[in-house]
Design a protein around this ligand. Structure first.
Ligand code: DAH
Length: 339
């Protein structure tokens, strides 16, 4: 039995020396020291020994057990140190390496101005409405009191998808879409892209942006229109901005006006930006035409409203003193980075 114990010790030492990971180590522990392990089963056979031999073999067996336990613990520490070493090495960070620079983009100047305008109107209790860019002739023209052959169609020639489907030339059709679906009180702005078959030059583009506004309720008057637009313009251009309403004609409003703001470069003296006028035109507006209201099933005897439409590019150009519209659409970073 003594020999058997020595053999176990030698065998255990051999496999321990070769063990390189925790699983192997654990299987060695089970194999020798486990409940059904080799050393344990030797000890179980001690009953057959003579009383003199029993303490001798018992002591030896315990000695070997303690020895193996210690060996296994040491090996464990060994392996975990090695694993740690490997992990540390794989996680080494070279703090002297140059970092990866992430380019942070920014909002396009048109988006910035658009957001600013939206914020001003949201602050006044307006909601944002949307409509399709591919629009029926009916919504883009007809319902807005611009029948076929109306001269107002000449200035808004556009791209036809079919005879009665166009790329919208203005955001005004959204007025009709909102009034068809929603009963007054209505207070919306509708920003979006519009299209016209204009040749590209410094002040024209076949695609540009407008922001439409519409308020319909009982007892809405021209005074509400003037007050709202004046508040808007002063928010956008500053308290010192002066506002001028000039009579104009739009088929879908009556009366109609164009709105000028005092030139914010020269303050009204006359300069290059305002072309010596002292005023800069920024939007069209008017009281919603009774025909447009009734086209949308709203009784013009009961309700009235005002509407307005402004061109985003124009506002942005004047805001940043940009003299060529094309710059907005050419995606030249040298231009875009300035805002
Ligand atoms: N839709 C007009 C245009 O594109 C602008 C406009 C004028 C909109 C008067 C309106 C308005 O809502 O009342 O020229």
């Amino acid at each position: 039995m003594k020999q058997k114990l020595q053999e176990i010790k030698v065998a255990a030492e051999k496999v321990l020396k070769e063990a390189e990971d925790m699983e192997v180590l654990e299987s060695i522990r089970v194999r020798f020291l486990g409940k059904k392990g080799e050393l344990t089963s030797v000890l179980k056979g001690m009953g057959a020994l003579s009383p003199e031999q029993r303490p001798v073999i018992g002591a030896l067996a315990n000695e070997i057990r303690t020895f193996l336990e210690k060996e296994i613990e040491e090996k464990k520490a060994d392996i975990s140190a090695k694993l740690q070493e490997i992990r540390l090495r794989s996680e080494i960070i070279d703090v002297t390496m140059p970092g990866k620079k992430r380019e942070i983009g920014k909002l396009h100047p048109l988006t910035q101005v658009m957001d600013e305008i939206k914020d001003i109107f949201i602050g006044m209790g307006f909601e944002i409405a949307e409509g399709p860019e591919v629009e029926y002739d009916y919504y883009n023209f007809e319902a807005l009191n611009i029948p076929k052959n109306h001269p107002a169609r000449d200035t808004q020639d556009t791209f036809y998808i079919e005879d009665n489907i166009v790329l919208r030339t203005q955001t005004s059709p959204i007025q009709v879409r909102v009034m068809e679906k929603q009963r007054p009180p209505i207070r919306i702005i509708a920003p979006g892209k519009v299209y016209r078959s204009d040749a590209v030059d410094a002040t024209h583009s076949p695609v540009f942006h407008q922001i439409e506004g519409l308020v319909v309720d009982k007892g809405v008057t021209m005074a509400d229109l003037k007050g709202t637009l004046e508040a808007f313009i002063k928010s956008l251009y500053g308290e010192e901005a002066k506002v001028r309403f000039r009579p104009h004609h739009f088929p879908f409003t009556e009366p109609s006006a164009e709105v000028d703001v005092s030139c914010f470069i020269c303050g009204g003296e006359g300069c290059r930006v305002c072309k010596g006028e002292g005023w800069i035109e920024i939007l069209g507006c008017g009281m919603v035409h009774p025909k447009v209201l009734s086209n949308c099933g709203i009784d013009p005897e009961e309700y009235s409203g005002f509407a307005f439409g402004l061109g985003l590019e124009r506002v942005a150009m004047r805001r940043y003193d940009i003299d060529d519209l094309r710059l907005f659409f050419e995606n030249d970073l040298r231009f875009l980075r300035q805002f």
